[in-house]
Design a protein around this ligand. Structure first.
Ligand code: RAT
Ligand code: ZN
Length: 426
């Protein structure tokens, strides 16, 4: 078959052919999941998996208090198994599990071959008891069609440190991201002490050249140790740049120069209000709308730095797309946390494609429990496919030609190619 014949055979003509070509491409293309909270097996208990972990996901903990009379104190005093049973009983048996976080559990159990109509928690527990974590990683990666996941690695976490020091992080499908929340958001309270404890000669107000040099030395050491895909921080909605305080000094004198020097992008996750309700512990964070003038300034003043950005407020999403049109050093990624719901994913994905074409990373999973890769990707793939079909159809309607190879190329860029190119390009 010559090239023109092969193109001819792949030509998409009808709406049905288009749907099939897009769903084939979207369902089979393996994805690089650029932000998760998963860990490779050497990190031991940091890698969460199994039904009790799925049920006690913090998104579900926030929901159970709305439907149960359990007090915060009673709940936190329970064992994980008892918490899981309460959540199962309250959110799945006494009420229908229609929220996205609940639905995710049902999708996952079903995709793993379990009978969701039985509603039998004991059977689900037995399934996980009968498998090993290594075997389960393969099952999940295969089922979710995920080829790589990027972890969230805190250099100050004493549970992670021994693994990094051993130099062996095991399964290479798990890649690192150097998370800097402690350093950036709590330098004066905690970060400074940590750095001193690790032997870095830093001052508490982060204001001397010597301190900048020491923080840079710390970052260099961890970049060499982790080989991270990017450095990252989550920031509150009132994040400001330029900034005269610790954050601004850290950005300008330490992080941005190192990010440039090592070609390690800086990921900003903006819009989280930590501990809006501390009684909910990890489930107690909220969101707020950010002033994106700061982001524009950061992008404009640092054209040789690469930034990956995701935002937590729905109200900020359109503005972010407009900023993406102005700055090629910005890669927009994912529908983060409270944005990771079907109606919002659909809206954001459509908005991004309309304003930025195929130059975005449409989704990441944020999975905290290995099993969640299954549902987070299944649900998102469906929406991404629907939006793509709609967009391609408008082209076909006016006579544009399209082949299944072109659809595969586009999907491959969305699911990993754009990330690789952003990391590896100049
Ligand atoms: O989505 C989440 O699980 C949140 O708790 C956060 O972890 C957030 O994604 C983050 O990375 O800060
Ligand atoms: Zn996260």
């Amino acid at each position: 078959m010559n090239i023109s014949e092969s193109n001819y055979t792949q030509q998409i003509k009808t709406a049905d052919e288009l749907k099939t070509a897009v769903s084939d491409a979207v369902d089979t293309q393996s994805v690089t999941d650029i932000h998760t909270h998963l860990f490779s097996p050497p990190f031991g208990e940091l890698l969460l998996w199994g039904i009790d972990e799925l049920l006690t996901y913090h998104y579900l903990i926030a929901e159970v208090f709305r439907k149960s009379d359990v007090s915060y104190q009673q709940f936190w005093a329970m064992s994980k198994a008892k918490q899981a049973e309460l959540i199962w009983q309250t959110l799945f048996i006494e009420n229908s599990p229609v929220s996205e976080a609940c639905r995710g559990v049902v999708t996952t159990l079903d995709a793993l071959g379990l009978d969701v109509s039985s509603r039998n928690l004991r059977d689900y527990r037995d399934y996980f008891t009968d498998t090993t974590v290594d075997a389960f990683i393969d099952v999940v990666f295969e089922c979710a069609k995920v080829s790589k996941v990027v972890m969230t690695n805190d250099p100050f976490d004493s549970a992670e440190a021994p693994v990094w020091e051993s130099g062996d992080t095991g399964d290479t499908r798990f890649e690192a991201a150097l998370r800097m929340d402690v350093l950036i958001n709590t330098y004066e309270e905690i970060g400074y002490e940590h750095l001193r404890g690790l032997g870095y000669d830093v001052d508490p107000s982060l204001s001397t050249k010597k301190t900048y040099k020491e923080v840079r030395r710390f970052l260099e050491t961890w970049i060499q140790r982790m080989n991270p895909k990017y450095m990252a921080v989550s920031l509150p909605p009132d994040f400001q740049y330029p900034d005269e305080g610790v954050l601004g000094r850290l950005f300008d004198n330490c992080i941005l120069p190192i990010s440039r020097e090592f070609n390690v992008p800086f990921a900003l996750m903006i819009g989280v209000k930590r501990a809006v309700n501390p009684q909910l512990q990890m489930a107690g964070d909220g969101s707020g709308k950010a002033d994106l003038t700061s982001l524009e300034t950061l992008l404009r003043e640092n054209p040789d730095n690469k930034f990956l950005v995701t935002l937590l407020s729905r109200e900020n999403q359109h503005e972010l797309c407009v900023i993406g049109r102005k700055f090629k050093n910005l890669m927009i990624f994912g529908c983060w946390w409270f944005m990771n719901n079907p109606s919002v994913i659909e809206e954001i994905t459509r908005e991004r494609i309309e304003l930025l074409g195929l130059s975005v990373i449409p989704q990441h999973s944020d999975a905290r429990i290995l099993d969640q890769l299954v549902y987070k990707w299944k649900h998102s793939r469906q929406i991404i496919a629907d939006v793509l079909v709609e967009k391609y159809q408008t082209l076909l309607d006016v006579g544009w030609t399209l082949t299944s190879t072109e659809v595969e190329r586009d999907v491959s860029n969305l699911f990993g190619g754009n990330f690789d190119r952003f990391l590896n390009g100049d």
